[in-house]
Design a binder for this molecule. Structure first.
Ligand SMILES: [Zn+2]
Length: 350
């Protein structure tokens, strides 16, 4: 199992240069149970449609059955591929270097002799002045603290409820627009959507496309199982001995359980796919869907909506032929998760 995971990880690194894998932590190890649960459901769903329906169907309808088997397996491949990417790929982190860089400071000041020298020049012995400059010193350690006097670049539009630049007191970084602190990963995540227990990962900038594709492919798989298997299952349930053996009865029960699970999960997925499609068309994350009702945050959130096509491109990439494939569109197509394109509004750019 572990070596299989390592192989998938290496394959992902090779396929997606520039992207990172999410680090392992105690919470993520515990969350592996949910991942195993998802894979078990996929395996259970395989039985009623492929094993019990399409495979035996080859005898009476060889061409149609082969075509249906091929399509179902392509769908399953896309489902598992996008799922692996959503689980493994890091959603994107806010580095302290970014926070320093946007403030016009050298990349690494914290604790360095340069920091001490910079602090000296700023007369940091005066506490008021020290706070205004955004610096605080503890011994030899110099770090930025949040305050309203700091001027971030014009592309940082989002503010907290008191109108200040958003600062994470846990990571000690200013947050780029759309970034939030994820308590499960214990750090700020670029364009954070939510932590999803079923992918055991936070959905963010770099794995949003894969998460959305996973939802869509999971729904399509559930629909094909839900619609394709009932006739066979009813036929098998109506069978009487001596046609029924212990093995065929067990297979029918497994198929029935798989079909019921697919149906139930498919109903839930209908809601999730509808909701996330709406968010995709509006260029919003789940967090921003709530933030838009907050007058202090609504304008910046609404300014992200540049029309359905551009909004889709900002997540799935600029080549429509790759929208269906779990491929990384590249920084040129979807940006870097820090700089965002906004439509023109009456918003004052700082
Ligand atoms: Zn944080």
């Amino acid at each position: 199992m572990w070596s299989a995971c390592m192989r998938v990880s290496k394959w992902i690194c090779w396929m997606y240069p520039g992207l990172e894998l999410t680090e392992c932590s105690l919470t993520r190890y515990a969350g592996l149970l949910a991942v195993v649960g998802v894979l078990v459901v996929v395996a259970l769903g395989y039985v009623p449609l492929v094993v019990l329906t399409l495979w035996p169907w080859r005898r009476s309808h060889p061409v149609l059955a082969t075509l249906a088997l091929l399509l179902e397996h392509v769908l399953l491949l896309l489902l598992l591929w996008s799922y692996a990417c959503a689980v493994l790929i890091d959603p994107g982190r806010v580095t302290r270097e970014w926070s320093f860089a946007v403030l016009g400071w050298p990349l690494e000041l914290r604790g360095s002799p340069e920091a001490a020298a910079a602090a000296q020049q700023l007369h940091v012995d005066d506490p008021t002045r020290e706070m205004e400059r955004g610096l605080v010193r503890k011994g030899h350690d110099v770090r930025f603290v949040p305050n309203q006097h700091i001027r971030l670049p014009a592309f940082v539009l989002m503010r907290n409820r008191s109108g200040r630049y958003r600062y994470c007191s846990k990571c000690l970084v200013y947050k780029p627009d759309r970034a939030h602190h994820c308590s499960t990963l214990g750090r700020c995540v670029l364009k954070m959507d939510h932590f999803c227990p079923w992918v055991n990962n936070t959905v963010g900038f770099y794995n949003h496309k894969f998460f959305f594709q996973f939802l869509v492919y999971a729904l399509l798989t559930a629909l094909t199982v839900g619609a394709g298997a009932p006739a066979t299952l009813l036929q098998r349930l109506a069978q009487q001995p001596p046609d029924v053996t212990a093995a065929t009865a067990a297979l029918t029960i497994v198929g029935l359980v798989g079909w019921v699970m697919c149906l139930a999960i498919g109903c839930a997925l209908l809601f999730f796919v509808s909701f996330h499609t709406y968010l995709l068309l509006k260029n919003r994350t789940t967090i921003e869907a709530y933030e838009v009702s907050d007058p202090a945050k609504a304008e910046a959130v609404e300014a992200l909506d540049r029309g359905p096509l551009l909004n889709i491109v900002s997540v799935l990439g600029d080549r429509a032929c790759t929208w269906l494939l779990p491929l990384w569109p590249g920084v040129d197509a979807v940006g870097d998760g820090i700089h965002w394109a906004y439509r023109r509004t009456g918003m004052a750019f700082v």
